[in-house]
Design a protein around this ligand. Structure first.
Ligand SMILES: Cc1ncc(COP(=O)(O)O)c(C=O)c1O
Length: 470
């Protein structure tokens, strides 16, 4: 057998490693096929003019890694293996450039009215780094954390949720997770435990939640949304016992569920022995009127599952959300699912705990409320000034996005394409409706959290020209 490794004594890598790499490579690409006999140590050392020790060490390494085997009194052989393994081994990891090409959009937008972005300049990076460093010196990070989430963070959360959102719960009812979506997935396991249920959801509604219920095999009943949120009469007609709602800021329309509708919804849940899943994703930011307390706080029957997130209020990339379970569901969680390890980094959880416990969180929220309120005003003023009665602003009282209703016959596809021509990225909403023809005039989603005031004004100027100048 011919072996022609290019062994170089002048390299930093020892000769035995070079030989080992050479033979391993030949096995992996199939040049040395399964079952091939390798030259004896003496033959190979003579052939390559290297010491027997070098060959022996390379062979020993290949034996240890399972590439070759020693058959008693017969010699060394390449192990028998399934050739498919080679294809797997040699799958091309690709380059970052390849990845960027496959990204949904690599178009160079100048203004991106993306909803899922928060203000870049106001995140307290230095403070966060400082707290994070303190956590890194904590011996506690060398072990797994509590499955349910760090107890001290859950305690801080319970206090915050009561003071700011009127949510009444004990920290033992709180489960931390990698955002609302991930927690909804866990919730599906808890409520769908043993039997898949029927769930009613808002239409239009959050497609991210719909997908999760779907993937978990739930039967979905789409219920229309009116001024007061989900239609209770339609909900009553469905045979669902579970309903998913966004009562403080209906997604995507932005309606607030009035108090009477909230009470009726809770009554319904109690009558059908069901549960309300309350997604409170962005209610920290309310610009007009009084803050709206969560539905959970009004519920005296233990019928509300409350979910919140730090994605809008702090940082979407931290991936941290929380779920408050009513006691009967908490029992199922603790009995059946408490062996699931926590998905959020203990380091992030502990850093966030310090951030909250030392009063920075409340300060940050106050600051962000005022920043987003200004951005919201600037956005709405710019739209009204430049687009006038050609559009209606929907859902501008809270959150980090608005909907723009274009009061002419057009399609959202065309409007998005026109915006693209002037390098402005705006977002579609049709996908939030189940039957797409249910949508009224074209509605375009405009997020403003991650844009500066100047960008908002210039972006709206460009949009106005693109949409309304002939
Ligand atoms: C209604 C609604 N719920 C939840 C989320 C996402 O929350 P998280 O980032 O915690 O998964 C979004 C994201 O925009 C949303 O619109």
């Amino acid at each position: 057998m011919e072996m022609m490794p290019n062994l170089d004594k002048n390299l930093n890598e020892p000769l035995f490693t070079q030989l080992y790499e050479y033979i391993k490579g030949d096995i992996e690409i199939g040049r040395l096929s399964p079952g091939t006999q390798l030259p004896s140590i003496r033959n190979l050392s003579n052939h390559l003019n290297i010491s027997k020790n070098t060959v022996d060490t390379a062979y020993q390494q290949l034996i240890a890694e399972g590439y070759i085997e020693s058959r008693p009194r017969r010699g060394l052989y390449v192990i028998e293996y399934d050739q498919q393994f080679l294809i797997l081994k040699h799958s091309d990891p690709g380059t970052f450039e390849d990845y960027k090409k496959t990204e949904k959009t690599n178009f160079d937008y100048k203004y991106d009215f993306r909803m899922g972005k928060v203000d870049q300049d106001s995140f307290p990076t230095a403070l966060w780094r400082n707290l994070n460093n303190q956590v890194l010196f904590d011996n506690d990070i060398f072990s797994y954390g509590s499955q349910q989430g760090e107890p001290e963070l859950r305690l801080e959360l319970a206090k915050y949720l009561y003071q700011s959102r009127g949510v009444s719960c004990s920290s033992t009812q709180i489960i931390i997770g990698g955002g609302i979506q991930q927690l909804l997935s866990l919730l599906c396991l808890i409520i769908g435990f043993k039997e898949k249920k029927t769930i009613a959801i808002e239409n239009p509604g959050y497609d991210g939640a719909r997908a999760i219920f779907n993937h978990h095999g739930f039967q979905i009943k789409d219920i229309e949304v009116n001024e007061s949120g989900i239609s209770l009469s339609k909900l009553r007609q469905s045979d669902a016992r579970f309903v998913y709602v966004t009562p403080s800021h209906q997604f995507p329309l932005g309606n607030v569920m009035p108090i009477a509708a909230r009470m009726n919804l809770i009554q319904w849940a109690n009558q059908v022995n069901g549960y309300i899943i309350e997604d409170d994703y962005d209610s920290e930011f309310r610009y007009k009127g009084k803050p709206i307390p969560a539905l959970q706080g009004l519920d005296t029957f233990d019928r509300v599952i409350y979910l919140g997130t730090f994605s809008k209020s702090l940082l979407p990339s931290i991936r941290l959300g929380y779920m408050v379970l009513p006691k009967p569901l908490l029992e199922i969680y603790q009995r059946e699912f408490n062996m699931y390890e926590q998905t959020v980094s203990k380091i992030h959880q502990k850093t966030l705990y310090l951030f909250m416990q030392r009063g920075h969180w409340q300060k940050h929220l106050r600051k962000m409320r005022s920043i987003y309120q200004k951005k919201n005003e600037i956005l709405c003023k710019a739209i009204m000034k430049q687009m006038g009665n050609k559009v209606n602003i929907i859902g501008g009282d809270s959150g980090l996005h608005i909907l723009l209703e274009i009061t002419r016959v057009d399609t959202e596809e065309n409007l998005i394409e026109l915006a693209k021509k002037v390098k402005v990225k705006v977002y579609p909403t049709l996908k939030y409706w189940v039957q797409q023809n249910q949508a009224p005039n074209p509605l375009i989603l405009i997020g403003f959290g991650g844009m500066s005031a100047d960008e908002i004004i210039s972006g709206i100027e460009k949009l106005t020209k693109a949409w309304f100048t002939k």
